[in-house]
Design a protein around this ligand. Sequence first.
Ligand code: ADP
Ligand code: MG
Length: 486
Amino acid sequence: MISSVSSLEDVRVYPTISKRDLWLEILRKIEPKVQRSQFITWFRDTAILGHEEGTLVVGLPLPMSLNWHLEHYRALTLQTAQELDPTIHQVVYKVDGALKDDPLRTFDLLTAFPEPKRRKLPGKQEVKLAEGIVSKILSPRYSLDNFVVGANNRLAYAACQSVSLQPGGKYNPLFLYGGVGLGKTHLLQATGNAILKQMPRATVVYTTTEDFTNQVIEAISQQRMEQFRKRYRVVDVLIIDDVQFLANKERTQEEFFHTFNTLYEDHKQVIISADRPPQELQLEDRLTSRFERGMIADVSLPDYETRLAILIGKAQEYELFIDMSVLQFIAEHATQNIRELEGILMQAVAQYELEQRVPTVKSIAEIMCKLNKDPHGEEESVGFDLPAKRSATFQDVMEAVSRYYSVSVQDMVGQSRVREILIPRQIAMFLLKKYVRMSHERVGEVFEGRDHTTVMNAVRKIEDKLQSDAQFLREVRSLEKELDFV
Ligand code: ADP
Ligand code: MG
């Protein structure tokens, strides 16, 4: 029965390994060869989307990382993939925005690749500091050095700086408040990072009010309140984000009050953020008065100069080359929140990557129109008086079609005339024309400078096919639905 074993040895068997496992193996080999911060930045939320006939399709979450991968990692990725499976002979990339929140296809790199000799990582984006004490991982992206100081945040920044030099000192607790997207989380995490830099052995816990609430609920359900209270004794710095969510949660407020007191009496630093000042939070009076005992500082809307400085900083951070006039234009018109400012910058880059067009004031204006969500809301997110409702953008369409038909955006805008690419290309043109309201000329430009008559023909072809082919109609309808057009 075992006589045929020797002949089997000649057969090269590549075990069927899932795309996800294969990618993890590849990442394991790449990681030691790439600087850690680069590895985390560029390989975050990546995945293998396809592995057929020697071609490995690597999915990237953001268009802006495409060029970077092509230039810096394609050779390394191919070489590494070949070590694991010699039948692979090429690596291609495909942008898939959905990878950003798809833990089933991607890996949490910080967990899968913990820093050597660092503390153990128990869960997603968390670090275990002591028995029962878990902190969210502080993002290295947030530092006090890359925080731009302006009149809107000067006091908050100075307080954070002082706390980072002397935690548990005179600014305790430190309470930061301000609207959405104005830099509170950045400051909180940056302060935590700065403290750890100086005192690597300090136990710094950064948590959100939501996580803290969940911990309290868990402790209550397991009847382990005593342990819960004791746990926090070992903490040196407690940073808790968005405490406005404590409102109406009496039990969590009570536990927070005890935790707070324990730490405060031991001269441990507590740093808190909220979207409004303590007296407006509608929390228990004793908690409010504790907060008011310390240092309170607000972050408000940045002025033009600060917005511009932030944009210049972000552009440098992401290694983007954007003309100063364009940055100035964004800074002039996006006035409401800094996350929006960054969003526009990222869209500009995406547009550049996809359309091969350098961002101009005009193209930015178009992006802003599309982002201009609700002019009837209290405040317009970007001060632009163009179409009312947010419709799908150029990028949405390209990504949806690419996903639906498993064709890369590059192939779609490229020259191939094989049917599998041609049809999705024509559908994309049709959708862009009809729903993003791009002109024939402009769609043509995007598709590698095709003539507007080519676009007109494509649109007509699709319209005809929709009349005569029920299956095709279903496909296009489901795409439209995904893009929220119908
Ligand atoms: P909040 O927590 O107040 O809602 P965040 O801290 O998340 O806001 O800030 C939103 C984005 O804006 C982050 O990417 C952050 O880095 C950036 N940001 C905000 N203020 C500044 C600043 N002064 N300098 C640099 N970046 C900033
Ligand atoms: Mg925040």
